[in-house]
Design a protein around this ligand. Structure first.
Ligand code: DQA
Length: 152
């Protein structure tokens, strides 16, 4: 099983950026944490981070045929981008939205997610563990879909 994990704008600043909200650990720490969880479970993960909406859209489009699913933290684009959910819909791949913080328990403008409607689930507020929950949800979905196809 192969998942692409996409992190959006300013997540490259983890560790420096608002540590009282996002913690003191870096994006590198996050990637190691997720990889250490996935390796023994035979889940291959690749990471992509960009501060640009277009580059994120290119990464989603590029995942078609190469990955079984996408985990995405669109960061601030969660609340503004229509093009990112359009790209997820275009590739018709299972996707899970993740957030380190609880976006429903912060400023009002963070309560709207344009991404959530195209994702099978949203995991928020669990810091790095949001990503591990997302891996589990996506793995179950991919397995269930594969089992359905072998039954046909
Ligand atoms: C975030 C929440 C967003 O509102 C914010 O813009 C981010 C990070 C999170 O992971 O908690 O950049 O997606």
């Amino acid at each position: 099983m192969k998942f692409l994990i996409i992190n959006g704008p300013n997540l490259n600043m983890l560790g420096i950026r608002e540590p009282e909200i996002y913690g003191k650990e870096t994006l590198d720490d996050l990637m190691k944490y997720v990889k250490n969880y996935c390796d023994p479970r035979d889940i291959d993960v690749q990471f992509f981070q960009s501060n640009s909406e277009g580059a994120i859209i290119d990464a989603i489009q590029g995942a078609l045929g190469k990955f079984d699913g996408i985990i995405i933290n669109p960061a601030a684009y969660t609340h503004t981008s229509i093009a990112i959910p359009d790209a997820i819909r275009a590739v018709s791949m299972p996707a899970v939205e993740v957030h380190l913080s609880d976006i429903t328990d912060r400023e009002d403008f963070r309560k709207t997610s344009y991404t959530s409607s195209v994702c099978i689930a949203t995991v928020k507020g669990k810091h790095f563990d949001s990503y591990l929950d997302a891996v589990e949800i996506l793995a179950s979905e991919v397995k269930a879909t594969a089992a359905m196809h072998t039954e046909e």
